[in-house]
Design a protein around this ligand. Structure first.
Ligand code: A3P
Length: 322
């Protein structure tokens, strides 16, 4: 006979209820394996950790929220799919679909009890996660499991600004100061941010062929260079013929901030649509300003110095700096 399946939320309800809890603006956070996860992420995370089976040619895109996930998803998709979908083509999927609708968010799929969907994806699979490296399923982090991970990070000061604007979509009266404080003391979704970044930094130092570490600011400075690194890392560098045809520039152009923000599908109210189901967001919410240094318009020099000092102390001696 068939036993009725419990949702991950039902299955792990007791475990989640026993975890330390904090409220941060609109989110209930739970301390799980050293990180403050939104409560509704935890059951899916547990299932992901237990049941995910990586394939050797998988590429997992990882990020701290608001650090360039959308852009990385677009660039990786355009690069990986360039044979089937030439980046300059007017019919490219990224001209019709938000990047979040092109690449599945693993955590969300597991939370929804839909992991069969991941099994059905053809290889090579591209997926993304907001979990820190230390919370990824063990086979992902071993050479035997062998899948590749690309991480994008960003100056935490700009992350705070981006996060505040994003959260204000759901809570318009949220103060910048409250968001700033929660980042500084680490009680923020997927926080502390420095531990998240360090988890991937250490992995990239230990296994550079398996973990690629990118910075949003470097991508802004040299988008073409980042696309070439992505292609090489994914095992398919741009050929001389592709280079000569301008394919790298075409990927950069297709995924540019202005280009994506201006696409019909990503405009405010477009089709009433949303990206994601965890906490569905209007698609235009993923394209705000797309620059480095906007923190200067939101925080006092004292606040900036304070967050810089915290981050500097946490990263001291690791070889990583912002
Ligand atoms: P800002 O709020 O500073 O503008 P995430 O995708 O991880 O949610 O991060 C969102 C941030 O990336 C936002 O930053 C957003 O504007 C920026 N972004 C989105 N698409 C981008 C693109 N194609 N190029 C550069 N930045 C992009």
């Amino acid at each position: 006979g068939s036993v009725p399946e419990h949702t991950p939320k039902e299955e792990f309800g007791d475990l989640v209820a026993a975890l330390p809890r904090r409220q941060q603006s609109i989110l209930e956070l739970r301390l799980y394996q050293g990180f403050w996860l939104p409560e509704h992420w935890v059951p899916g995370t547990i299932v992901f950790q237990r049941r995910f089976s990586p394939r050797p040619d998988d590429v997992v895109l990882a990020s701290y929220p608001k650090c360039g996930t959308t852009w990385l998803k677009a660039l990786a998709f355009a690069t990986a799919a360039r044979a089937a979908h030439p980046p300059a083509s007017p019919a490219h999927p990224l001209r019709r679909l938000n990047p979040h609708d092109c690449i599945p968010f693993i955590d969300e799929i597991f939370a929804g009890g839909e992991h069969a969907k991941l099994e059905l994806l053809p290889s090579p699979r591209l997926m993304n996660t907001h979990l820190p490296y230390t919370l990824l399923p063990e086979p992902v982090t071993t050479d035997a499991g062998g899948c590749r991970v690309v991480y994008v990070c960003r100056d935490p000061k700009d992350m705070v600004v981006s996060l505040w604007h994003f959260l204000r979509r759901a809570k318009p009266d949220l103060s910048f100061a409250e968001t700033f404080e929660s980042v500084c003391d680490g009680t923020v979704a997927a926080g502390p941010v420095w531990d998240h970044v360090l988890s991937y930094w250490r992995a990239s130092v230990a296994r550079p062929d398996r973990v690629l570490f990118l910075k949003y600011e470097d991508m802004l400075r040299d988008a073409a260079g980042s696309v070439r690194r992505l292609a090489e890392f994914m095992g398919r560098p741009f050929s001389p013929a592709e280079e000569a045809a301008g394919d790298v520039a075409a990927v950069v152009e297709l995924c540019s901030f202005e280009g994506m923000k201006g696409m019909e599908v990503n405009k405010p109210g477009a089709g009433g649509g949303t990206a994601g189901r965890y906490r569905p967001m209007p698609r235009d919410a993923f394209f705000r300003k797309g620059v480095a240094g906007d923190w200067a318009n939101h925080m006092t020099p004292e606040m900036a110095a304070r967050l810089d000092r915290i981050v500097r102390e946490k990263l001291q001696g690791t070889g990583l700096a912002f």
